[in-house]
Every structure is written in structure tokens, then in C-alpha cells.
Design a protein around this ligand. Sequence first.
Ligand code: AMP
Length: 592
Amino acid sequence: MILRFKILCECYFQIEKTQKKLEMVDILADTLINAKADEIGKISLLTIGKIYPDFLGIELMLAEKMAIRALALATGMSDKSVTKMLEELGDLGKTAHNLLENKPQSTLLAFTNQKEETEYDVLEIWTKLDSIAQMTGEGSSDKKIRTLSGLISKISPLEARYIIRIVCGQLRLGVASQLLLEALSKAKTGSRENKNLLERANNRCADIGFVAETLYSGGLEEVRKIEVKLFSPIRVMLAQRVSSSNEMLERFNGRCSLEYKYDGLRVQIHKKGTNVKLFSRRPENVTNQFPDVIKFINEAAIEDEFIVEGEIVAFDRIRNKILSFQLVAQRKRKHDIEQKTSEIPVRVYLFDTLFCFDESKLDMDYLERRKLLDEIIRKTDNIQFSHQTIASTADEIESFFHQALEESCEGIMGKSVSEGSKYQAGARGWNWVKYKADYVDKLSDAFDLVILGADYGKGKRAGKFGSFLLGCYNPDENLFQTFTWVATGFSDENLDELHRDLKPLIRDKPKEVHSVVESNVWFDPKVVIEVSGAEITVSQMHTCSRGFLEKETDGLALRFPRFTGKFVSDRPPEQATSSEEIRTIYLNQRNK
Ligand code: AMP
């Protein structure tokens, strides 16, 4: 039997009511158990609020105003009354649910000529949402609104609750991909334990729908066979941090590879023939924003097919100098591409090979992967390989570190050269460590933190947000934990920008946020900023690292926080500084 969308929505409603992760997994698994192989991919995507994997760049993301219009059309109410209800309820989904539930059936019929609700299955709903996403060009906004209102008028209030949230990118069930993988594992194999296998596959293709489909059609055997594919991004490997050269040496048992840590945008480059695609660390397809990089790669390629990784930096060719992150970050804009390409020239520093000669190289040791770069790409002025050396003393590390800083890098990377130093897709492991300038001077340790909430400003900041509640990410519990409030370091322009970007993200307190402090407003945890601070202290006000300190109610907090001016927009919130990283810094600080 094909899964009715209504059944899926009833499951979502149950999930919404619980805070407990295991309960969420069980509820979801109970519904997913009934899905068929040809629908589970799309069900999986819908459940994390998407219709396609991120890297395809096909998004719904209707503006709230358009959703309001569609709701007004479907119910025969004015936009103003819908907006008023939205202000009262603070959530589009609840507004749609309420409006449809409390509307006399006669009003609905008069507006829609519908006799009764239509029972859609999940694939039909997915197809309708897809058609909305694919509408582009002149008049497409109107068409989207009409199609959406037509759909809403035919479905139940509960279905409307989730449809409207999905189209606006606000599903907010608290189901992240980790939880979904666990539920898929339980539904199909009877045990949550097989999640690791699914996660391995998902890290290699960044396409959870495909992983789910493979599981349902071919079982774990086929999932095991999922390998790296050209043009399907691999989840990036991340680094832990160390705060001294001695610590780095200890981590690597006395010998490691060092590379400059360039302060730019991470890019994963997929090439087959002249077809080149670039993916960011999110992973999003950023090919269109870098026509120059595509050209550079085609010029430098020796082999026809490969996947390599590197860092794109802004580069001043006259002074032969790497320029700031702030400059290269402007190259991510989707408009004025031609102008920005000529205004901000870039250079690429490659540091890893993930696929070539027809096979994945993820399981190969790091030095061999790095050596492959020489075989597949020739160095040119525009395509360089990251500066690298092998070190076995603290002095060597220190001297390489200072050289890196002199050459406008933000520090160095230490990479394991031992057997087993494979590419850990999607993981922040100890095979790579970063040692940055700001870790040396304890007074300016920098963190990438997620904005969880804010208080409204007073005086000069009236009408904007004046201070921000920031958090780190705890991957084990899939929770954002609070770490500090910050109110300094912001220019007026920064505050305007934050107000503009954060206002649409206001919502009821998300269940993936663990906070014991209140804030005027809560946000979808999406925006990441860099903050420096003086010291990490134990505090009962914040929840970072709770459960790991002496007292149950103790958490870690940042003293004298200050915004560094850096919006870290290429990083998804789940790649923000983790609670474990903060704990490590705290322990180091205490040992000193
Ligand atoms: P962080 O973003 O601070 O966690 O540090 C890891 C990031 O450093 C990676 O995601 C890359 O974008 C960047 N990076 C710069 N140079 C290198 C390098 N030589 N090797 C690996 N990553 C690098």
C-alpha cells in the first residue's frame, strides 16, 4: 500500500509533541516501516524539510508573504487577517491548521469548487511541491501562490500545517539527518545499530534520499556498496583544534604533516571532461559563482576525471599576496557574478585527492592521496597545492606556523601521516588538527557560534536586536547548547544585516536548543558568527558541556565575548564549534 501523506503528517504531529530523541526515532520508524522502496527517498527528504538534496540547488523557500497570500486565497480571508493570526500564533503551520480547521466548510467550497478533501499519497504531494519549486521567471510568484492555495484548499488542516512549513523552509520537526538515519535503520533492519552503515553511505554521497532508497530496495548489502560518485558531493572532513605545537606532536606521536591553513572558502571540485562542478562545505553547488575557477581547473588538469579539495582565497597578483576572508566571502553572492569575478580575483590551494583513476581514494592514507595531486593536476599560477612539510619537533612546527602567519594564513593544519590516516568523510576527527593564531593568545580564542536567540536593543540599538544568545553544537545529542551572550564588536551595518537576516528566522523556542536562560526571541539555529573571548569559565547560566563537569547543573561559558566581524556563512550550524572542542580548550586552559 502506498503511504498517504496524511499518515505521514500524523507521524509528524506525534514527533512535534515529544522532546525525547529516542521517542522521535521510534515514532518515525513506526511510520517508515510501511513505506515502499520507490517512495522512501522522497519521504526521507520531506521529513527533513526538503524535496531535493542540497547540492542540486532546487529549493522551495517561498517567502512568508507568498504563503500568507496562498492561505488567504484558499480560505477566502484577507491577507491582513491571516497575518494577524500568524502574529498571534507565531508559526505559519499552526496558522494554516487553525484557519482550515475553523473555517466553515461552505466558505472553502465556495472558493475552491471542491466537493471534499482529496486524499493524496506522498508521491503526489512531492510532485506538486516539485512543480512549485521548478516555476521560475516572470509571473512565477503568482503561479506558485495559486498552485499552493489550490493544494491547500483540497487537503486536511493537519496536512496544510506541514505543507506550508515545508514550502517556506520551516518544517522544524527537530529531525536532523542523524535522527532520520537512525529511524530508517530501525524501520528496515529492526535495529538502530545499523545507522553507522547508513551514515557512512550518506557521508560519501550527501544524498539521504538515495541512501534510503538503496536500503529499501537492496538492503544493507547494497548500502555497503555505496561509493563516491562524481558530481555527488562527499561530506567534508573536519579538524579538531590544538593550542600548542607540543600538543600537536603528542596527538600525532611525534611526527606529522603540516600545511598552511588558508583563510578562504573550502571547495570540493568534481571534474569529468570539461564538466566541472564546485561544492561548498555545506554542501551546496557553488559552480556558477566561480567561472574563473572552472577555467583554471580545466587549464591545469592532466587527468580527465577527479574529485579534489582545496581552499579558494582572494589573491592580489600584483603584490603576490593572499587577501582577507571577507573579500573572498563576497564571491559567494548569486548576483553580480561577472563584476565580482573581475573585482575579486582568486587563487585555489589544493590539499587532497578524493577520487581519480576510476575509484574512490577516501580509504587511502593521507600522504598517498596528497601525492596523487601531482599526477592529476599541474600547478599553475592560479592552481597551487597547499604549502606542506613534514615535522617531528616543536621548533619545526613553530617555525612553519610563523611562516604561515607571515604569508597571510590563519594558522596551520597538522595531518596524520600514520597508517590508517584515511579521509574521514563527514567527521571532525583527530586525523586533522588546526592550530590557529588566535589559539596561541588565550585572550582572543575564536569560536564559530550559532545565534540561538536575541534581546531587543535599547537606545541607539532600539528597533534592532541588541544582544545575541550564542551556542555551540553537540553532535552526540543533536542539540545546540548555549555558551554566551554577545553584544560587543558589532558595527551599525552588522546590526542592520543581522536584523534583516534573523527576523524571518524567529520562531517558538526550538526543541533542538537547550537553554536555561530566556531571550526575547528565538531563532531557527542557522546563522553562524565568529566570536572571540577572554576565558572559558564554569557557569550555571549556560548549558555547553553540561553533564561533563563536577555538578550536573554546571556548564561552560565564555567571558568577555566579542564579535570578530566574521559571518561564517559557508558553514552549516552543525559544523560550528562543538561542545567537545570547547571542553578541550577549557581543560587546556585549566592545565596552564
Ligand atoms: P575550521 O574551519 O576552522 O574548522 O578549519 C578547517 C577548515 O580549514 C577546512 O574546512 C578548510 O576550509 C580550511 N583549510 C585551509 N587550509 C587547509 C588545508 N591545508 N587543509 C585542510 N583544510 C584547510
